[in-house]
Write a protein that binds this ligand. Structure first.
Ligand code: SAM
Length: 242
């Protein structure tokens, strides 16, 4: 890889982006769950509940929760009886997740993996989920291709991601909250303004729901669908492998 890519609003090499994203999540890992509540006013919990309702995990099925971080989405799916593998490029996020799983008495598999080049065999999983993770991946088409490869035939792909909102009044309100307050909360709570500035910039840069839907279809998924909420600020994407 040689062309420059965006790390937030800064252009860097792909390798440098992957390194910097790693540093962001290592830095925020310990405070990640508290910060999610503060940044979203607790809304991320409702979004994750809705997401898992769409996935409809079934008892015994194998689900890969990619970029699963500290396990928030994986725990919801494991509680419904699914065999969940939580994979993430960042060992610090997974370590926090494993501690949280122990405290909750939940049994999951934890694995360091890069979404762009998975070590799992073809057709391993019944469902693949990725929540607030794919915008951090350097080569998104490569990650979508890998998602398709590791799913069984009939497997479900689900992704939830932020983008900008097209509700003019709400978008303005969100922009000032995101630009002014999120980095300040990041500084006060996690002593890390820069990482939270990156998270806000990466949300603004992520494709709008319809554009991402096209990328999902290009990766080979059928019935690619986008379900935008709050004017596209958060969207649940889905697709099937046939
Ligand atoms: N899914 C979790 C949630 O919703 O709470 C965590 C989301 S967190 C915002 C984004 C996660 O993506 C981080 O844990 C980060 O390490 C992970 N990540 C970034 N790039 C990745 C990649 N190339 N492969 C796998 N995980 C990646």
């Amino acid at each position: 890889m040689s062309d420059k890519v965006n790390f937030g609003d800064t252009l860097v090499s792909p390798e440098e982006k992957t390194r910097r994203v790693g540093a962001v999540f290592s830095s925020v890992a310990r405070r990640y769950d508290l910060m999610n509540d503060l940044m979203s006013g607790g809304m991320h919990r409702l979004w994750k509940d809705r997401f898992v309702n769409r996935v409809k995990p079934r008892t015994g099925e194998a689900i890969l929760d990619m970029a699963g971080g500290t396990g928030d989405v994986a725990f919801r799916m494991a509680r419904r009886g699914a065999q969940v593998t939580v994979a993430d490029i960042n060992a610090d996020m997974l370590a926090v997740g494993e501690q949280r799983a122990d405290a909750r008495g939940l049994d999951l598999t934890w694995k360091v993996e890069n979404a762009e080049a998975l070590t799992f065999a073809d057709a391993t999983f019944d469902a693949y989920t990725i929540v607030f993770g794919i915008r951090n991946v350097t080569d998104i088409p490569a990650a979508l291709k890998e998602a398709h490869r590791v799913l069984k035939r009939g497997g479900r792909f689900y992704c939830m991601e932020f983008s900008s909102s097209d509700w003019p009044g709400f978008a303005k309100l969100y922009e000032s909250w995101a630009d002014k307050l999120i980095p300040r909360i990041g500084k006060a709570v996690a002593d890390d303004e820069q990482s939270y500035r990156y998270l806000v910039e990466s949300i603004r840069r992520f494709p709008r729901p319809n554009a991402f839907k096209v990328m999902v279809a290009h990766a080979g998924f059928v019935r690619a669908n986008a379900e935008p909420m709050l004017g596209g600020l958060v969207t649940i994407h889905s697709g099937w492998k046939i």
